[in-house]
Every structure is written in C-alpha cells, then in structure tokens.
Design a protein around this ligand. Structure first.
Ligand SMILES: [Zn+2]
Ligand SMILES: [Zn+2]
Ligand SMILES: [Zn+2]
Length: 487
C-alpha cells in the first residue's frame, strides 16, 4: 500500500530518497548502517561478501553479502585523519592519538604506570629564518609591540607569516627545508643519543646498555609555511617502559643534550641549480619538563591534547589547499607519450602538469609562491626523490605528520583492534539474543571474502539520516561539556 505514495509531491531529492529507503524491506537496517558511521562525511561504499566456515564440519558459521543490505551495499567510514576532510573520522583519530600519547606519559593500554616518574620532556624544534616575516612580537615582559613593518597586526591578519620583502625571501631554502624536515628529525634523534653520552662523559655503548630514549612527534605548520615539530621525549631503563632509567639520566641531562643535538644535526644538499645548502634547525627551540599528575604547567593530559590536535591538522595552518595539485592524466609531466613515441601535450592540464592553475588557487600570495617554488624545484633531476610535485600543496613537506618510536606506547592499530573486538563482542551479544549460533573457541574457523570498491558518499536520503546522527553527537557532546550527563 505504501508504495502507491505519490513521490512527486515531495520536492527535495533527499526527502524523496528517504521515503524510498523507508519503503525498502528493512528501514531499521538502513538507519543502523548510517548510525554506525558516526557522522562520517564520505563513507566508502563496498560490494562483496564474507563467509566463515567451520574447518572440521565444513559448515557455514556465518555469511554476509552486501546484496542482502536494503540498499545493496556496505558502508564503512572513510577513516580520514584530517578535520578538513571528515570532522567525524578526524575526531576519532584525535581521540586515538590522545590515548596513545597519554599512555606513553601516564601508563595504561599495556604501558607501565611507572613511566610517569621517568624524565619526560615536551620538545619543540623549529625551522631557521629565510627572511623577516610579518608577525606579532612581544616585549620580554610579554607586552605586544608592533611588527617590523610598523603596523600592529590583528590575530587573524592574512599578512601574518608573509615575508616583509617577498623579492628577497629565501623561497628555495624554505621549500628545501620542508622537504628535508623529516630526514633532519631522524638525524636529530641519532645525535641526541650521542650528545647525551658526551654530556654524561660515557661511551655510546655504555649509554645504550643502560638507557632507552623514546619519541612521539607531530608536525605542525607555522604561519610562514614551514613545519615545526613537537615531540614527547621519554627516558626508560634498558628494557623499555617497564624498567626505571638510571639515576644519572635526568631531565637536565636531556635538556643539555637536546641543545647540542639541535646545533649539530645538519644535512647538506648539493645541486648545480641551487648550489650547496645546509639544512639545519632554527635557533629557537624549547625543552619543557612534563610534570606528573598536574602539579606543574605542562601536564600529561595537556601534552596529549596538544599532540592530538596537531595530528588532525594538515597544512591548514599555513593557509594552503588540502589536495594534491598533480594532473592525474600526465602525473605532473605535462605530456603524454603517443604511440609513435613523440610527446603529446597533455590536454587536461595544457602541459602545466597541474590539476589546477596555481594562479586560481584560493590561497595567499606567500603560500602560492611556496607552491610555485616547490613545483619549479620538482623539475630538477637532483630533487626527484623529494617528489616535490606531489607534495607542492604541502609546501614541500612529505614526512609523516605523526610518528613514534616503537618503545613509546601502544599503536593506533592496537587501539583500532580494541574497538573492533568490542564491536565483535556486541555483534555476538546480538546473535545470542537472536538465538543464532555463537562461535565455539575450540573450532577452527576460516574466513573467506571478496570486496570491491563502488564509490564514496551517501545516497541523498542517507545524507539526511547522517545529518541527524551528527546533530545527536553534537548535542551529546554539548550535554557532556555542560555536565548534564557523565562524560
Ligand atoms: Zn569519515
Ligand atoms: Zn608587519
Ligand atoms: Zn596533465
């Protein structure tokens, strides 16, 4: 009877589709699928099946076919880390990162709780200057004073971070610095161990036998378009976080060693086109002690919060775009090779190799010039390894946004496993309720599956349901903040 409803009276395509979904066999399942995505902006649509059989009895224990879904497909979250792409998935990523960093500082998630008594520092390393930029300086007493240009810029002034004299700004150096920042960090961690041994007057071998140094770092863009790093550095005993570091491994020793390693870690880049460049850290760096249990300025929770926030930002802080600029048809080369072996100009990008014209990008002049410089350097064979076309929209930086040494704490993968196990347990509980067979630990189950990617996004009707889910989540969070429900 409901199918006779005249849908043409309903104007909105979303509503029309929602009515169509409501008339499928199982609307509850439609809403459940959308609810499980927790507001994801652009879910992945999959088609396929999974069948689990009992190895001994050859019996099918369970099977799932996306065709059995009311809409004929399975939706999963996009999992994007970046807030500009998917606020919902990025929130989850931030929460996971928070727990990962927090575990490395206060214990938990299989990390010994004694780590909170180990020397721990929050270290910030920056890039050197490539020319003066507009900024909001303060006096030693913390009072604001005018920028070198004479003006007092507001907090959101678009010129902040842009060079005072663009014509003489070191764009080549700035892009090359971003492109080598990850390698410079790796060198820093090696030099830190050496500097520590030297500062303490011991051999590297003796130090390594008694002390482990673990790191968890994130990259953040400054307004001037250069990345800088924030890192948690922790001292452990020889067996890692379960053992205490030796008494001579103090925070003061750590601070002294960071200073030495910042000074000494250098990379030299040689190119016929741009000459010899030394890649090094800027003079401005910070080493702050992380205090246990909230008795100091920088607490475990505060540090974990910072790191989680930085981990979900990309280059947004530098005012650039969040997508690659490489033309998909010609991979940035600007030409395609025809069957005759001759080069044909790529019609999609008119030979520029760029998916979008750099002059049309919705960015400030400074970011555009960084992108342009990265693109130009990308033509030089000596910089081929840096993949500067691919990373031009990141202003040359191609490193990982967050990384940690193995000894630091749990992994994001482990946190996802916990969540998956919890979901499986919930599904089992639902099976018991429904009177379906439950897995016996003694049987050997084999799972076989085949999945193909269909598309991304929701149907218009599902989009309306997702909007409701987002609304509910926001409402819940608001209530938690106001203390109406327990957090
Ligand atoms: Zn998502
Ligand atoms: Zn200024
Ligand atoms: Zn092209």
């Amino acid at each position: 009877m409901r199918r006779s409803l005249d849908l043409h009276h309903i104007i909105s395509p979303g509503l029309r589709d929602l009515v169509e979904l409501a008339n499928t066999d199982d609307f509850d399942r439609v809403t459940e699928q959308v609810r499980n995505l927790r507001g994801c902006t652009s879910p992945i649509n999959l088609h396929g099946w999974t069948i689990t059989t009992d190895q001994t009895t050859r019996q099918v224990v369970r099977s799932y076919h996306s065709e059995d879904e009311p809409s004929g497909r399975l939706l999963t979250t996009c999992g994007n880390r970046r807030a500009s792409r998917c606020p919902a998935c990025s929130r989850l990523y931030a929460a996971d990162t928070y727990h990962l960093i927090k575990a490395g500082l206060s214990g938990g998630k299989n990390v010994a709780e004694a780590v909170r008594d180990h020397p721990r520092a929050f270290v910030t390393l920056t890039a050197p200057s490539f020319g003066p930029v507009h900024n909001r300086p303060t006096t030693d007493a913390g009072k604001p004073r005018p920028c070198t240009c004479g003006k007092s810029h507001t907090e959101d002034a678009p010129e902040l971070g842009a060079p005072l004299r663009p014509a003489s700004y070191g764009y080549t150096g700035a892009v090359l610095w971003n492109a080598h920042a990850g390698a410079l960090w790796a060198r820093f961690t090696t030099y830190l161990r050496r500097a520590l041994a030297e500062h303490l007057g011991m051999t590297q071998k003796a130090l390594n036998a008694a002390l482990r140094v673990s790191f968890a770092k994130v990259a953040e863009y400054q307004q001037r378009g250069l990345v800088h790093f924030h890192a948690v550095v922790r001292f452990d005993g020889p067996e890692g976080h379960t053992t205490s570091p030796p008494t001579w491994a103090t925070f003061d020793a750590l601070r002294a060693a960071v200073g030495l390693a910042v000074e000494r870690a250098r990379l030299t880049v040689v190119s016929d086109a741009v000459g010899e460049r030394v890649i090094r850290w800027g003079d401005r760096f910070k080493v702050d002690q992380i205090s246990a249990l909230g008795d100091g300025e920088l607490t475990d929770a505060k540090v974990a919060g910072y790191v989680a926030k930085y981990a979900t930002k990309n280059a947004e802080g530098a005012g650039t775009v969040d997508r690659t600029l490489v033309c998909g048809s010609c991979s940035g080369r600007g030409y395609l090779r025809g069957p005759d072996g001759f080069r044909d100009l790529c019609a999609d990008c008119d030979g520029t190799g760029q998916a979008e014209r750099l002059t049309d990008l919705p960015v400030q002049q400074h970011a555009r010039q960084m992108i342009r410089t990265a693109w130009a350097l990308g033509h030089l064979p000596e910089f081929a390894d840096l993949k500067l076309w691919k990373w031009a929209h990141m202003l040359g930086f191609r490193g990982h946004f967050s990384s940690k040494s193995r000894a630091y704490s749990t992994t994001l993968g482990a946190l996802r496993d916990v969540r998956r196990a919890w979901r499986t347990a919930q599904a089992e509980a639902a099976r018991i309720r429904a009177g379906l067979p439950v897995d016996d630990e003694n049987t050997t189950l084999v799972t076989d599956s085949s999945w193909t990617y269909l598309s991304s996004g929701y149907r218009p009707g599902e989009e309306l349901l997702a909007a409701q889910v987002r609304h509910d989540i926001a409402h819940n969070q608001q209530a938690k903040r106001e203390g109406l429900v327990p957090a």
